[in-house]
Ligand binder design. Sequence first.
Ligand code: FES
Ligand code: FES
Length: 156
Amino acid sequence: MTVDGSAHVAEVEPRLLLLHHLRENLGIGGVHSGCNTTNCGACTILLDGESVKSCTVLAVQADGHEITTVQGITENGLWHPMQQAFHEAHGLQCGYCTPGMILASISLLKEKPDASEEEIREGLEGNLCRCTGYENIVKAVQMAQAHANRQPAPAS
Ligand code: FES
Ligand code: FES
């Protein structure tokens, strides 16, 4: 599989979850483990550009596919516009849900660039923020919509 632009070859047990392969075998700590039961969205990644919960996918099912984690969305040292919007709108508190929220939001706007507030809320309903920071998360997604063509700032 390709993970954040790099090819990875591995032999894994058929029962290994993609979540655990990414975290434990490849050391990608930005893929968070929350519930392991498809409820919280902390483990969200992009699989061939679409958001999926990596605790619902076996590592072997990702064979030959392209995975993007939050650690692979900056380009040439620049924040992804969604990261910038989360930063500016303070779309995070403890940050545990943030990687999954950002990836789910990227996937949502790719599918529905002009999503309404209601559609944003519906689109993110599979991602839980235990700090209940939803208001600013929705504002961040709306900011990313508004600034879709803005030049991103340097990542730090
Ligand atoms: S860890 Fe995958 S949805 Fe919670
Ligand atoms: S910012 Fe704390 S869980 Fe979302």
